[in-house]
Design a protein around this ligand. Sequence first.
Ligand code: AMP
Ligand code: MG
Length: 404
Amino acid sequence: MLSVQEAFQLILETVKPSPPQDCSLFEGTHCVLAKGTVSDLNVPPFDKALMDGFAVNSADLPEGKATLKILETIYAGSVPTLPLQAGQTSQIMTGAPLPAGADAVVQIEHCRINEEQQTVQIETSPVAPGKNMLYRASVLETGAPVIEAGTLLRPQEIGALAETGSPTISVRRPPSVSILATGDELVPPEESPQAGQIRNSNEVMLYSQILQSHARPIPLGIARDERTHLSEKIQEGLKSDFLLLSGGVSAGTLDLVPSELQAAGVKQVFHKVNLKPGKPLWFGILERENQGPCYIFGLPGNPVSSMVCFDLFVRTAIRQFMEFPAPKPAPVQARLSADFQSRGDRPTYHPAQVEWKSGEAVVTPLKTLGSADLRSTVTANAVALFPTGNQLYQAGLQVDTFLW
Ligand code: AMP
Ligand code: MG
């Protein structure tokens, strides 16, 4: 059976990054920047007031006290017309350019204006050069790099791109991901299950995981364990960039997913991976005319298996599609908080709680009844990895964990 690392390798070889495309900043959130940007101007473009008050030459206020002659008022969006000489000041608003000869701003609360004499009496603590202002180009110089290629665009990156003259950017967009739950026993969450039925928890859980991965979920509802209905639903899902099926991939007589996918022209890349939970995982690709391929995952039906497989494998595939620089999940080393007895015929990803104590990660594997026990994951924020075999791991030992 394929190892987890071999499965990662096959996913990374199969999934091709989507071609870069231009978009506006309004469309760029949750995309990955394909081409790094540089600033087309100095930031700030001029010496800039950070307070409403008076622009001064700090040499006029060594002790913080002076009466200065007012020359003019400078508003944000206007430009100063008069340079300051010794003993002079101009009233200034936040965001306005400082006049020549000024190197600080005294905030308005420390100033008493005499309208008649056109002077201002200032009483404040000693004023150092640079107080309440930003020097021209102190944040960024023209031509300096702003956002690197491979960065996932969050609100602050979008704002920084606007500020530095990149209204159109080249990005790799998040994929559309269809979700198809399969199983005659499933009813929607809003229904009360009848004898033999359970609620469809995987569809909304996958929806949520897809959103967390910055991709676009498309729920397709429930497919019955019946070839015609299943294949119709599969055809719908194969229009997206990704199709995730839940259930129907193990060894039951109604586990129709692999054969129906193959009947739809999907090429199997692998089936079954040596991990617990998640062994039945299925992965394939459909080449399409005039558009990129569709990547298909058949996820195990048990909710914890589905969740773990998404987190390890589907997320890696989505990140590869968007060309994240490091698409695979990176383990975090954590010390066991207590002795732990592992029993597994496969490498086991055990729901766990990781906490930071004095800067060090400490992990507590949680009690669980296995891959059908979704409730046990509610207090988990990670999985801890234990190799195959029955072994007692002692408290204090370092283990690999993968944070959720
Ligand atoms: P299967 O892989 O179809 O054999 O399903 C394995 C187990 O997962 C069975 O107990 C199913 O009832 C359960 N299961 C399958 N799909 C879902 C789902 N969408 N939500 C919750 N449990 C599911
Ligand atoms: Mg089933």
